[in-house]
Design a protein around this ligand. Structure first.
Ligand SMILES: Nc1ncnc2c1ncn2[C@@H]1O[C@H](COP(=O)(O)OP(=O)(O)OP(=O)(O)O)[C@@H](O)[C@H]1O
Ligand SMILES: [Mg+2]
Length: 318
């Protein structure tokens, strides 16, 4: 038979695998997030079980060297900690092959395979207006998580809402270890980008205690979770909100708090004491755990169940 243009099309057999991208033996379902160096994809094995893969491309030689070192150091952090509240790496590969759908090419890559957290991150929780009891449920997990990290000699150094995921049992999983360090003590000045999670000594480009920087960022996260906005744009006295927080604390809270929101004085106190201007003014983990707010009532099972239902609906998984 002679194949002309039309018969060629008729005989073109569709390979279902090539309709979707693949990562080694996994089918790629979609992209969850694109970061500066890595992309996170939702993938599925042949049994239909879902995982998240953090993929570092190894296209050019220069990129390969950079991405290999980033992949190695983040993997080392994940492998060396195994606390209840950190994301678990299930497997990793330095010889991954990513095949684009419809045979549009392939590239080699480094990747880590994680358990899939289907309900997003704490960032998604902000809009659900959690009350202080629900926040305490999450806060305790983060404090135990960071305590676990620091006791393993690891500091995270990039705590933010997007780096705390919600797993299938609605528990928290700390992720995003690309800035982490096997050192809890003093670091030289920070040269990276600033944001409202960075502590005053980091903002001033002074040497800083890494463990204290983690706790400051956690204080900022929990302020946002209740008030739905950051406490200031920079932890620096030239920032009017930071200045007011330091000088006229009562006025600051009255001004920041939405009218219809009750914010307990214990909550204001624990957040103020976590966001102190000087490192030695701030609460340590032990002090946080003894604080009155930390030890107030926990949510009941029914209250948690109701909140988890909201989380589930937000993620559109019914
Ligand atoms: N296991 C997972 N399950 C579901 N989503 C995930 C998972 N891991 C990562 N993600 C999503 O991908 C995003 C980016 O992941 P990650 O924080 O590891 O990378 P990054 O932000 O690029 O790097 P880093 O935070 O280390 O600077 C997360 O905020 C989350 O939305
Ligand atoms: Mg991240």
């Amino acid at each position: 038979m002679v194949l002309n243009k039309n018969t060629k099309n008729i005989y073109k057999i569709k390979n279902p695998m090539s309709e979707k991208s693949s990562l080694d033996s996994f089918v790629v379902l979609h992209t969850i997030s694109k970061g500066e160096h890595a992309v996170v994809k939702l993938i599925e094995d042949s049994y239909g079980k879902k995982f998240a893969a953090k993929i570092f491309k190894a296209k050019s030689l220069a990129l390969r060297a950079l991405h290999m070192s980033l992949w190695e150091s983040e993997l080392k952090a994940y492998r060396n900690i195994n606390t209840l509240w950190t994301l678990r790496v299930l497997a990793s590969s330095s010889t991954g092959i990513y095949k684009k759908k419809s045979q549009k090419g392939e590239y080699s890559c480094f990747y880590m395979l994680f358990e899939y957290c289907p309900y997003g991150s704490l960032w998604d929780v902000v809009k659900l207006s959690p009350d202080e009891k629900i926040l305490r449920f999450y806060f305790k997990q983060i404090i135990e998580g960071v305590e676990g990290l620091h006791s393993h000699g690891l500091t995270h150094l990039n705590f933010k809402l997007e780096n705390v995921l919600i797993d299938e049992n609605f528990g928290l999983r700390i992720c995003g270890f690309s800035h982490s360090s096997f050192d809890t003590q003093e670091a030289p000045t920070y040269n990276g980008r600033l944001d409202y999670y960075k502590s005053p000594e980091i903002v001033k480009r002074k040497p800083y205690m890494k463990n204290k920087a983690d706790l400051f960022a956690i204080g900022v996260m929990f302020f946002i979770l209740l008030l739905q906005k950051p406490p200031f744009m920079r932890a620096d006295l030239i920032d009017p909100y930071f200045k007011m927080m330091k000088a006229k604390n009562n006025e600051y809270w009255i001004r920041m708090k939405p009218k219809n929101l009750a914010v307990s004085s214990e909550y204001q106190k624990i957040i103020n004491s976590m966001l102190g201007e000087l490192e030695n003014e701030r609460l340590s983990i032990e002090e946080i755990k003894k604080h009155a707010w930390y030890n107030l009532e926990d949510p009941t099972r029914e209250e948690l169940r109701e909140f988890f239902q909201k989380v589930r609906e937000k993620a559109k998984i019914l």
